[in-house]
Ligand binder design. Structure first.
Ligand code: ZN
Ligand code: ZN
Length: 169
């Protein structure tokens, strides 16, 4: 959704609070796409803090589906998003400033881009289904949380593997 800020830029002390929907069902980090399972509307406050300056504040909560880093099982990861940005009217149209405000499209605030940006900032470094997730067996692919598979999990030194090949020929 796009929200035009022209009116708020021009009216000093003007502030509005609105609830706007986040219209995306997935989020992509450029490599992978993840499902957004739940989301609340963005509770957004736009305030004219000085002439031609708008403060953007908002909160919402989303739940993303992210695979466990070890066993790849889907994990529901809640995120509390809290947005706080300033936009200066004089920077609109300035290519350098625009790069730092990917959520501005001319005078329009792009709600989806604003939240997408915030989700990426809050993206967890590593998601685990549980702290002690045992992962999957590198040999047979069994989920080791469900029990041991009995494979020899010893990873041979690659130099030894070469020797082994020589002796096998
Ligand atoms: Zn796991
Ligand atoms: Zn195995």
């Amino acid at each position: 959704m796009l929200y035009n800020l022209t009116d708020i830029f021009s009216k000093e002390d003007k502030a509005i609070t609105i609830d706007v929907p986040y219209e995306q069902d997935t989020i992509s980090n450029g490599h992978e796409t993840y499902a957004i399972l739940e989301k609340t509307d963005l509770h957004l406050t736009l305030t004219n803090v000085a002439k031609g300056e708008v403060q953007i504040e908002g909160e919402c909560r989303i739940v993303c589906e992210i695979p466990c880093a070890r066993c790849l099982k889907s994990v529901n990861v809640p995120m509390e998003l809290s947005v706080k940005e300033y936009v200066k009217e004089c920077e609109i149209g300035n290519p350098e400033a625009t790069e730092e405000m990917p959520y501005m499209d001319g005078y329009q605030l792009d709600i989806d881009a604003l939240l997408g940006n915030e989700i990426m900032i809050n993206w967890p470094m590593k998601v685990l289904c549980k702290e002690d997730c045992k992962g999957i067996c590198k040999v047979c692919g069994k989920d080791l949380n469900e029990g041991d598979c009995g494979c020899d999990s010893f990873v041979p030194d690659p130099r030894m593997a070469v020797l082994k090949d020589i002796f096998n020929t």
